[in-house]
Ligand binder design. Structure first.
Ligand code: FES
Ligand code: FE2
Length: 385
């Protein structure tokens, strides 16, 4: 694993007692040349867009994803599409015009576009004024629906068979579930949002709640990580006994936590081996300084949504707002003072370093058109949390 020391860091990341022993290799800096934190996106990848129930037949939704205005829609047959939300005539958003379930009409001069993004009608043309409308297009994006979530692909690959796997929640395959999605905006680049999502060291400080845990409950942990897909999996184990919630449920529980590019944390809780609760947190860049977080909870227990949704909305939102508050403080400093940072430190921050390596390898592999080689090796990590 490559390590880089940042020599003019002003504050030490270790306590005074340990400072004497501290060596540059204790620090895993991700400020590598060409791909520093907070500057680039994972390319050629699926990004979470919105929950399926937000898009009924004949409806469209506009969003900015990875700095691009996108209109996502579902036609009268139920088929999804995603287009660049810019009319190629004079740059008015197509989403601002009507959609009849087949075609979008630009609100400026009434040009119509089918769901592949091709112009089908220019109303100002007289019958003898011929124009090759097929050449007038706005870009389209591959779009996919998996476990009632809609994903959009951003990248160069056009061949459907070559597209990577959507980083969805596989523990639910074949199970009957209900779901709830909470959406939240973070004022940071996706890299910082991912770093916080997979960081365990902040949990006892940021997520202090009577129903979760307190900073006093910090203790040493050892977990085994294995490479999997475009990320890693923390091998199945019993969930943290710190939390009151888990103390109450019992000893037959196991949890599996995994991470997938571009910014997807997945956690399953199983009871006697069967998944009954899964949480998938996805991060989608809005632009270089904003990221949308969607947390979807799936449950297979017979608890109706009318009961579960208000509870989940409260607890998930409270939890995520704690992260959002920190992100806001962090972003104010980063934008204003642009400090040099030690982004990760072994072992608690090692997953943050892995994210950086994964993203770098994925971008290199897809642009060189070669297979992705997961740079992570099976590792035991130890930290206090
Ligand atoms: S700007 Fe869209 S039709 Fe003219
Ligand atoms: Fe957090």
């Amino acid at each position: 694993m490559q390590t880089t020391f940042v020599p003019n860091q002003t504050s030490s990341p270790v306590s005074a007692e340990r400072a004497a022993d501290w060596k540059p290799s204790d620090v895993e800096s991700d400020l590598e040349k060409g791909q520093p934190y907070g500057k680039t996106y994972t390319k050629n990848m699926w990004y979470y867009a919105l929950p399926s129930n937000k898009l009924k037949k004949g409806e469209i939704e506009s969003k900015v994803m990875l700095g691009e205005p996108i209109v996502i829609g579902r036609d009268n047959e139920g088929k999804l599409f995603a287009l660049r939300d810019i009319c190629p005539h004079q740059a008015v958003p197509l989403s601002a015009g009507p959609f009849d379930g087949k075609e979008l009409m630009c609100p400026f001069h009434g040009w119509k576009f089918d769901t592949s993004g091709t112009c089908t009608e220019v109303p100002s043309l007289c019958s003898d004024q011929k124009m090759n409308l097929c050449k007038i297009r706005t870009a389209n994006y591959p779009v996919k629906e998996v476990l009632d979530s809609i994903w959009v692909y951003f990248g160069d690959t056009v061949n459907e068979a070559d597209l990577p796997e959507v980083p969805y929640a596989p523990g639910l395959d074949g199970l009957k579930y209900r779901k709830n999605t909470v959406t939240l905006q973070l004022p940071t680049h996706i890299d910082y949002a991912v770093a916080a999502l997979i960081d365990t060291a902040h949990v006892p400080y940021v997520h202090k709640s009577w129903w979760w845990r307190s900073a006093k409950s910090v203790k040493e942990k050892t977990k085994t990580y294995v490479p999997s897909g475009t990320g890693w999996t923390m091998v199945k184990h019993q969930p943290s006994k710190h939390s009151l919630a888990f103390k109450l449920i019992g000893k037959y529980l196991e949890t599996e936590i995994s991470f997938r590019l571009p910014g997807c944390r997945r956690e399953y809780l199983t009871f006697n081996g069967t998944t009954f609760l899964a949480g998938i947190t996805t991060l989608t860049p809005v632009d270089e300084t904003h990221t949308e977080l969607n947390h979807t909870t799936y449950w297979t227990l017979p608890i109706p949504k009318i009961v579960a949704n208000p509870v989940l909305d409260y607890f998930v939102t409270t939890f995520l707002k704690q992260d959002q508050t920190l992100a806001l403080m962090q972003e104010n400093i980063i934008n204003k003072y642009k400090p040099r940072l030690i982004m990760t430190i072994k072992d608690a921050g090692t997953p943050g370093h892995w994210y950086f390596l994964l993203k770098k390898e994925w971008n290199a592999a897809t642009s060189e058109k070669r297979p992705f080689v997961n740079p992570i090796k099976e590792t035991k990590l130890r930290w206090k949390t």
